[in-house]
Structure formats: structure tokens, C-alpha cells
Ligand binder design. Structure first.
Ligand code: CA
Length: 225
């Protein structure tokens, strides 16, 4: 069983695909346009995406490029045209597989199982270690001195971002852009999350162990000496 996001504007096709996936015990979500799909993928990452290339808001290859900008989720593109050059281009642009419409439920299911199998057997993304802190980026788990940390999604993203840049000062502006994906915003948002993260790491701003504030610049994660 997997969570599959079906991106298709044609209601008839969409419900047919949903029905097929549902019958095979997958958890299915759907979106009718590329922007809704991007929101879904960033907020509740699915295990795989079936992406129709003829969407009302974005051209298929543009939609694929934007999905790849935010996620490595397996994507099967569904196209009405059996155009080899186009399909090769999409595979090169990051699609994992393709289906030419109309396709059967069995065909869809076989392709989906294959991309899921490949994704699951892929080597796990790196594990970051800073002193007694271990951040497993793939499983989104973190532990300190062997004890699991219970972090919110944002706290985890923040910790992982800093751990990947250990011993380097990261500016608030960079955190805002890379962790919050905002081009501008309030430093307080970051400070609040940093203070929550500090508490979970069992330290405080006045007695830091891992998280060091560099006044006026940003923050640095480094192992206690
Ligand atoms: Ca369409």
C-alpha cells in the first residue's frame, strides 16, 4: 500500500484512476491542477505521483520541473500523445516512468509498483552526525545521545538544515529562504522555533551546547567541545 497523488483535471479519467488505485488498497489523494498538486506534495508528501501532462494551469513539463524543485517523489507522467521525443524529454527532466492514455488499471498498477519498488530499494539519504546528535534525513528522525527527539516538522527541517552545515554560521535570512521558503519575514518566527528546538535539545540560549547564536548574524550548530 502506498499514498498516491493523482493529478488530473479530467474528472472522468481522475475518478477512473482513483477507483483502480483504491481497488488495489492504495491511499489516494487527488488534485485537478498543478498548483494544487505542488501544495499537496509540499504539505503532505505522497509516495508517488501520477501526473497528467495536460493540466489547465501549467504545461506538463513545467509542472514536472516544479515538482522536482521541491521533491524527489517518484512521478509517473500520463500523456495522451505517444510521442517518443516528448517522453524521452520528460524522462530526462525527472519523470520516473510514463503511461500513454488510455491505459488499463493493470498497466497503471504495474508501473506504479515498479516505481515504488525502485524508490524503496534506493539507498537511504544521508544520516548527519554532529557530536551526540544524529539526524536521519530519510526517515526524518533525530536523536540526541541515543534518545529520540520528538520534533515538529519545522523543527526537524531546521535541525537538519543546520546539521548539514555544522560549524558554519547560517544567517536568519538563509533559514527563512531555505527552511521556511519565504523571501522575507519576521526574525521572530525563527527565534521562536530556535528556542523550541533548544528546549528539546535540553539547552538554553545562555548555556548553549549545540545551538550557538551569533549575535547579529545568525546561528551555528556545532558539537560541544
Ligand atoms: Ca488533462
Amino acid at each position: 500500500m502506498a499514498t498516491v497523488l493523482v493529478v488530473e483535471d479530467d474528472e472522468f479519467v481522475r475518478s477512473a484512476i482513483i477507483h483502480e488505485l483504491d481497488r488495489r488498497q492504495h491511499a489516494v489523494r487527488s488534485a485537478g491542477c498543478a498548483l494544487d498538486a505542488l501544495r499537496e506534495i509540499s504539505q503532505r508528501p505522497p509516495d508517488a505521483v501520477i501526473l497528467d501532462l495536460g493540466l489547465p494551469d501549467l504545461d506538463g513539463s513545467e509542472a514536472l520541473r516544479m515538482v522536482r524543485g521541491i521533491s524527489d517523489v517518484p512521478v509517473i507522467v500520463a500523456t495522451a500523445r505517444d510521442d517518443e521525443a516528448e517522453i524521452v524529454r520528460l524522462l530526462r527532466a525527472g519523470a520516473d516512468d510514463y503511461l500513454v492514455k488510455p491505459f488499463s488499471g493493470d498497466h497503471l498498477s504495474a508501473r506504479l509498483d515498479a516505481v515504488l519498488r525502485r524508490a524503496r530499494s534506493a539507498p537511504a539519504p544521508q544520516t548527519l552526525r554532529v557530536g551526540g546528535l544524529v539526524v536521519d534525513v530519510g526517515r526524518r528522525e533525530a536523536a540526541l545521545d541515543g534518545g529520540a527527539l520528538s520534533l515538529t516538522r519545522r523543527e526537524f527541517d531546521l535541525l537538519a538544515y543546520l546539521a548539514a552545515r555544522a560549524d558554519r554560521v547560517v544567517t536568519r535570512k538563509e533559514l527563512l529562504a531555505e527552511v521556511w521558503r519565504l523571501s522575507y519575514g519576521d526574525d521572530q518566527t525563527i527565534d521562536v522555533h530556535l528556542s523550541w528546538l533548544r528546549r528539546k535539545l535540553g539547552e538554553s540560549a545562555s548555556r548553549p551546547r549545540y545551538l550557538h547564536t551569533v549575535r547579529g548574524v545568525g546561528v551555528m550548530l556545532s558539537a560541544p567541545r
